[in-house]
Design a protein around this ligand. Structure first.
Ligand code: ADP
Ligand code: MG
Length: 682
């Protein structure tokens, strides 16, 4: 770096501190935006440009620092004139600007004009600025870089220009064949175009130019290839158990099945059964929309494992779900398998019995919450771990479960249909099975958004349906995870519903109730002894009561889309025509309100998830702490999801056609060649 003009020891150090040690690092330090300085706006036109960023070129008429009496902040003000008019530029708490900007200076500034408090005059707060020097060519597309220490932008661009002069030396780690496979341009060409775009075409601004495609694809492809190669070369993980599926087992499975499997269920079951018989442990994500019938698939997988002499753990996020799974399994398997429950509310005695039963292998299937993960729990031979509704579990918890067996097969199930792109970024090494078909005879759920003022008509409708034998959920927005659960809205809602429906049997349920109380309520609801269940989102996942056909969600605008979809999935499980009625809060923000309207029109869970993800971003969508999403420097999973899929297919193709060794060599070359991929995971 010191060979570059304008880089003395001081700047070299500053660059190094920013991770820019070599010319190559510089080349991969991309602008975060561009200014088309060929077309500055006119101050006289700013009135029409309020709230959108503009570029101005002009002269400083006056400049001065003062202390704002209101906010007690130091402010620096510049009166700026471009010949068509004047506008005030304001910076807060940057008093040193007084030494840098003075009257008579010519500046290019970039910022957002806003109407100020003072008589509605226009001003621009904290704009980016740069001095225009005498004789400087005007009218170029200028790349704007994040600031590196105190190096002025113009000086930085001069340094970058020298790096770009040597772009011919930039080695392309991607062989031509791979480039052709991915359909991307050469690296030098791409990098140069990103620093010096000849035009700011719409495609370029959307990161969809050939240059962007090259850089993003390289990053994604490297990530996918590395994951695939790692998985293909793992040695330690060979399983010792041998799984066979004979006719007796087939007959037994047939006998327990209460219905015919759908085509999609059969397909994923085959995928799972094949995995179980493989040498390497299964690591598979089973996705299926709410109600698509994942449980039975998991259960058959469990039977296969158990009949081959190994144990199975089924992990669920709530005690209610554990109970439901437990009951259903007992009903289906009818004592032919020894099943136990594990929950946090076990007594010491129950805990000991459970521990002993799992250790000596007497218990063949354990259904439980995270209580299964307790240290004292060990298995004689855990062959299969099934995690239901995995979005509720952190990576660490899953890891714990995995360590309870000798390379157990792992099946992760989720009904938050994680968009495929995100699933690939989260678990590029998980195989994906998708149930994309609902069991036959399902009722289409009618979804409707209603204003709070229309609630009485909703109640009347619900009452008529109850008279016809239907059951109803009423959900209030209370955050279950919060430690200090504020139940007031729920208990008020409960009273309100009781008053409104004096002749009906109304019950309440929330996450802080004792688990036996919850279970009892659930059982009574299932038996039809409760007409209206007033609840929090504790009923969000997995609950299956076929006779419940109306879901009323209060203040629906406060829920995320995927959550609404989960709630909606609680109805439409039986013969009855079903309804999901979203009550919009009268104070709902316009965008929240628009979301509800969109939801009303969308019934496919994957589509809902895609939109939810686009609205909230991966962190929020998955719950930030447990997202485990790979972070990329150039690629963006939301923006570039199609590229992630393409990269994965290409990575699989390369391994198949060229073999693992060649793929491994290519991975190393790609990884070593550029500071281009961040694969850090939570
Ligand atoms: P989810 O995928 O949401 O976990 P479940 O496994 O709870 O869905 O199944 C939803 C409901 O559909 C259950 O009542 C289940 O018994 C039923 N079901 C599952 N598969 C079929 C099928 N092939 N035919 C009919 N009903 C089915
Ligand atoms: Mg389920």
């Amino acid at each position: 770096m010191k060979f570059l003009k304008g880089v003395g020891p001081g700047r070299a150090e500053a660059l190094s501190a920013a991770g820019l040690d070599t010319v190559r690092d510089l080349l991969f330090f991309f602008p975060y935006r561009y200014e088309d300085r060929r077309h500055p706006a006119r101050i006289a036109d700013l009135g029409r440009l309020v709230d959108s960023p503009v570029l101005l070129r002009g002269k400083v008429v006056s400049a001065g620092a003062k202390v704002s009496p209101v906010k007690r902040m130091k402010i620096f003000e510049v009166m700026f004139d471009d010949g068509s008019g004047t506008v005030m530029l304001v910076w807060f708490n940057q008093p040193y600007l007084a030494d840098q900007i003075e009257r008579g200076d010519r500046l290019a500034i970039y910022g957002v004009p806003k109407t100020s408090g003072r008589g509605g005059r226009l001003q621009i707060e904290s704009p980016d600025w740069e001095k225009i020097e005498e004789g400087e060519v005007e009218g170029a597309i200028v790349p704007i870089y994040s600031k590196v220490a105190n190096i002025p932008p113009k000086a930085f661009r001069r340094i970058m220009a020298q790096a770009l002069d040597s772009i011919g030396d930039l080695e392309d780690p991607m062989p031509v064949t791979t480039r052709e496979l991915l359909g991307v341009v050469g690296l030098a060409e791409a990098v140069e175009a990103i620093h010096r775009p000849p035009e700011l075409t719409p495609g370029f601004l959307r990161y969809r130019s050939p240059a962007h495609l090259r850089v993003v694809m390289q990053e994604f492809f490297t990530f996918q290839l590395a994951l695939r190669v790692r998985r293909a070369t793992e040695e330690v993980t060979k399983k010792t158990r041998r799984i066979t599926i004979d006719d007796d087992l087939r007959a037994e499975v047939k006998k327990v099945l209460p219905f015919r499997l759908t085509g999609a269920q059969k397909r994923v079951l085959r995928e799972i059964a094949d995995d179980l018989r493989e040498d390497r442990p299964m690591y598979r994500l089973l996705q299926g929309d709410v109600g698509s019938g994942k449980t039975i698939v998991a259960l058959i997988a469990a039977m296969i494992m158990i009949r081959n002499g190994h144990q199975v753990a089924l992990l669920a996020p709530t005690e209610i779900l554990v109970e439901q799974h437990y009951q259903r399994i007992r009903q289906l398997l009818d004592h032919s398998v020894v099943v136990a429950r594990a929950t946090g509310s076990m007594t010491a005695g129950e805990r000991r019995t459970l521990q002993a039963g799992l250790r000596d292998g007497y218990i063949q299937l354990v259904v439980g919450t995270h209580a299964i993960l307790e240290e004292k729990i060990s298995f004689r031979s855990l062959g299969l771990a099934i995690v239901d509704e995995q979005h509720r579990f952190g990576v660490e918890q899953r890891q714990k479960l995995f360590s309870k067996g000798e390379t157990p097969d792992i099946l992760v199930m989720t009904a938050t249909p994680i968009p495929r792109s995100l699933a690939l970024a989260m678990y590029g090494d998980l195989e994906l099975s998708v149930i994309d078909e609902l069991p036959p005879g399902r009722q289409r759920i009618k979804t409707a958004v209603r204003g709070a003022s229309e609630i009485e008509r909703v109640y009347q409708f619900a009452d008529r349906e109850i008279a016809g034998g239907a059951q109803v959920y009423v959900v209030y927005p209370i955050i279950e995870e919060s430690v200090k659960l504020n139940l007031k809205p729920l208990s008020e809602g409960y009273e309100h519903i009781q008053k409104r429906f004096p002749g009906r049997r109304v019950a309440m349920m929330h996450g802080r109730m004792k688990s036996d109380e919850k279970d009892e309520t659930m059982v009574r609801f299932k038996r039809g002894e409760i007409d209206i269940l007033v609840a929090t989102t504790v009923i969000e996942v997995g609950i299956d009561v076929p006779n419940a056909s109306i879901m009323i969600i209060m203040d629906a605008d406060r829920f995320g889309l995927s959550q609404l979809h989960q709630l909606r999935g609680r109805v439409g499980r039986g013969e009855r025509k079903s309804y999901c009625i979203l009550i919009r809060n009268s104070k709902a923000a316009p965008d929240a309100s628009a979301r509800l309207d969109m939801f009303e029109a969308t019934k496919d869970g994957f589509e809902v998830a895609e939109r939810d993800l686009a609205l909230r971003g991966p962190g929020e969508f998955l719950g930030t702490r447990q997202s485990g999403v790979a972070r990329f420097r150039f690629g963006n999973i939301l923006r570039d999801h199609d590229l992630m899929e393409k990269s994965r297919d290409a990575a699989i193709g390369v391994i198949e056609s060229e073999g693992v060794e060649a793929a491994d060599a290519l991975t190393r070359r790609l990884l070593g060649a550029a500071a281009n991929v961040a694969t850090s995971r939570d």
